[in-house]
Design a protein around this ligand. Structure first.
Ligand SMILES: [Zn+2]
Ligand SMILES: [Zn+2]
Length: 267
């Protein structure tokens, strides 16, 4: 079994289980390596407006890094990488870069969870879809994804078509939007994540959609694998399906990172 590079910890305020339990679950499932990538503090908002059920406090970030380093030592030589899932907010690149510079991460997952300050993947804010034109929304999402990739801040774009989470999809063909975003991702040397959490939400399919993944393969964009586990038992969830999909498209390897340098595992 390959690697799971998208694992959360209870420090984010909406995951459960001890870090050791996530590691134990990964080893039990035969994963060769894992990466912990909890949510970055909400650096893009004033301190008083940050939601602690979404992400840890800024002063907890060093504690997070220290906790991951502790389990790395405890379970050595089992490979546990230090990652972080960082929100991309256009215009806040400098603030993010300053925060990322403070620690020696193995990799940074780049995520779009907010569009114009709307947390579109938050079940509490699902009403926002009613007010939106889905064509415009998807266009904005995939443009922002391309911009995030081009920012140079991230190694991997996480759940690349998260905008489909609740099953709101435009009627028209959006292959052109995918193509544009993937082109920028490829030019920027960024990888994309195949994330199985999409199977557990109304979208009911892996992130990204098969058509998006085929374009990634055409552009030779490397892929990482992630469960987005917020509970230990979800580590490596549905990886058999993800690997089958990747193989069917023509992928033969999964990317891993050490101190932000790429490596590959065959699948
Ligand atoms: Zn989360
Ligand atoms: Zn995410």
């Amino acid at each position: 079994m390959p690697v799971d590079y998208h694992i959360h910890t209870k420090m984010c305020g909406h995951a459960v289980g001890e870090l050791e339990e996530y590691v134990a679950a990964a080893r039990q499932k035969g994963l060769r390596e894992i990466g912990i990538a909890d949510h970055i503090p909400m650096y893009f908002l004033p301190v008083g407006e940050r939601d602690l059920s979404i992400a840890m406090k800024e002063e907890e970030l060093p504690v997070y890094v220290q906790r991951v380093e502790e389990v790395q030592k405890k379970f050595s030589p089992y490979l546990i990488k230090l990652g972080l899932e960082a929100d991309y907010i256009p215009g806040k690149e400098k603030e993010l870069a300053a925060l990322l510079r403070k620690y020696d991460f193995d990799y940074i997952l780049g995520s779009i969870h907010f569009l114009d300050e709307w947390g579109f993947d938050n079940p509490d804010r699902i009403a926002g879809y009613e007010k939106r034109d889905l064509d415009e929304l998807y266009e904005l999402y995939f443009k922002t994804l391309g911009r995030a990739a081009a920012s140079g801040l991230f190694d991997i774009m996480a759940h690349p078509d998260l905008i489909k989470k609740f099953g709101f999809r435009p009627d028209r063909d959006i292959t052109g939007l995918y193509e544009q975003a993937v082109k920028t991702i490829a030019q920027s040397g960024v990888c994309i994540e195949v994330n199985t959490a999409g199977l557990r939400v109304p979208a009911g399919e892996i992130y990204p959609q098969t058509g998006f993944l085929e374009i990634c393969h055409n552009y030779q964009v490397p892929v990482s694998l992630g469960s987005d586990a917020h509970r230990p038992e979800l580590v490596g969830a549905d990886f058999d399906k993800a690997v089958d999909l990747l193989k069917a498209i023509g992928y033969r390897e999964i990317v891993t990172f050490s101190k932000r340098n790429k490596n590959f595992y065959p699948i």
